[in-house]
Design a binder for this molecule. Sequence first.
Ligand SMILES: Nc1ncnc2c1ncn2[C@@H]1O[C@H](COP(=O)(O)OP(=O)(O)OP(=O)(O)O)[C@@H](O)[C@H]1O
Length: 326
Amino acid sequence: MSEVLSVQGLEVEFPVPGGAFRVLDDVSFSVRDNEIVGVVGESGSGKSTTVRSVIQLHKPARITGGSVVFNGRELHRAAPKELRRIRGREIGFVAQSPFDALNPVLRIGKQFENVIRAHERASRGEIRARALELLASTGIPDPARTLDGFPHELSGGMAQRTVIALALSLGPRLLIADEPTTALDLTVQRQVLDLIRGLVREGQRSMLLVTHDLGVVANYCDRVVVMYSGRVVEVGDVATVFGDPRHPYTRTLLDAATTDIRAAAPKSSPAKRETAPGCNFAHRCPRADGVCAEERPPLTVTDPGHGFGCHHPLSIEVTTSAGTSR
Ligand SMILES: Nc1ncnc2c1ncn2[C@@H]1O[C@H](COP(=O)(O)OP(=O)(O)OP(=O)(O)O)[C@@H](O)[C@H]1O
């Protein structure tokens, strides 16, 4: 399976008074053809900054190191014009709030025209036909009426379906969805996630999905990237990472899964993150010792594709002739 997206050693900083705050530190992961990759972690761990950095929508933050390669092209070096071409056409983006993504004073039909005409020549009739088809594919009951109306006439669920249809209107190879259902009623969340998964699978696309909800990852994703305090602490197949987590933070997340992980732990303090030479999780980790405070754990890769950054990983019970060791 080939890689659509490869993020390697990504470092991102936000300007703050008197200096810079490193939000992402050595973030690496990939998205392969036709797979859905979930990005999880508590509030402030850097999920949104990571996915927004892929398409350079992370301003005012700056990429200070590492690389983002999409379909063989180095997006971290791409000129604004090339990025504008790639966004929408090759990478679609669905944000948390559909009403932020839609222009309140333009009819939906006009918004399809604007998106499509920014990238290709098409007649109004062609655009309308494509938009009707896309809206119908997202389960909107009366696509023609939606197209002729304004965003405020839509419910949250219908507005998010419309945004998804817009994001798919140019046939992107990768869809990035940043908490696409958080702003929706619980009853609508599942329908929208089912819809996105169906459209991604049918269209042979890949998706990067940011979520707080481990249940969503378990049900919708092939692989998962677990972030803590601006770093990737564990990455791998969902079944492996959730079934045999090696990083104590992943274990903490899974244990908290019956509660909301946003509430499971306080936001990590930027000051602590900036100065921590070792593992960012050490001050909360029951297994931490001196080495954890001093040395950053490298990402260890065990089974194909399962990596974790921990000096004292879980589940390594090795029985030898000399006894059992951790
Ligand atoms: N404009 C900004 N200036 C400075 N720091 C920022 C800015 N935006 C975000 N941050 C900081 O960057 C860190 C990562 O934020 P980010 O939104 O990427 O995390 P997240 O995991 O997506 O959180 P959430 O789940 O709450 O959306 C946080 O500590 C946040 O306070």
